[in-house]
Design a protein around this ligand. Sequence first.
Ligand SMILES: [Zn+2]
Length: 216
Amino acid sequence: KALEMLREARRGAEDQDSTDSADSAPVPSMAQCRARVLLDQLGDTPDTMRTVVNLYRTTVDGKTGVGGAFIPKVGYLSDVTAEMLESVADLVRCLPDWETVLGDESEAYRFPTMQRAAMEGRDGHCRFPGCDIPADRCEHDHIVNSWHTSPDSDGPTSVANGMCLCRLHHALKTAGLWSAETVDDGVTVIWAGPAGVIAVTEADGPLSPARAGPDI
Ligand SMILES: [Zn+2]
């Protein structure tokens, strides 16, 4: 697209030269064309741009900003930076403690908003072995199939029976090429694939119980 834009601008400049116009527009550089294309893709202006930054903060006794903040793939932030980012956020969710999260089961097939947010925070990225597609761009899968889709299965709609999978890996599981099970409410997922392949993945997000330790 940038190259097209550059060629177009050069053609325009040549036409201007041939008509001998005094005030022809300067031809932009390739870097300027690339920047223009990128800006268009992002939404053009600060008012229309949408940037997704998933920031996790702790709350202790109703007070936010105790114990730091975390952005997946970026790391820990100071409370001052976290405060600044939160002040411009258009969506802030408060999750209950993890025990309450795990105790929540829904009768519906679709995972409720709180469950989806908790799963994304726990998983960090797609739970298929070796896949790092961010959890907020994943689909939400019932590890044990829901009775809504498989009448002879009894998987509840809950964080303990849910995981984030990208579209491709969700499709592989749904097609039965790979199967998955968990023995610890979704923190560890054991995968069985074609030809007897076994692989294990652990929840890697900031809310993962596997991540919590004395330093956090
Ligand atoms: Zn994946």
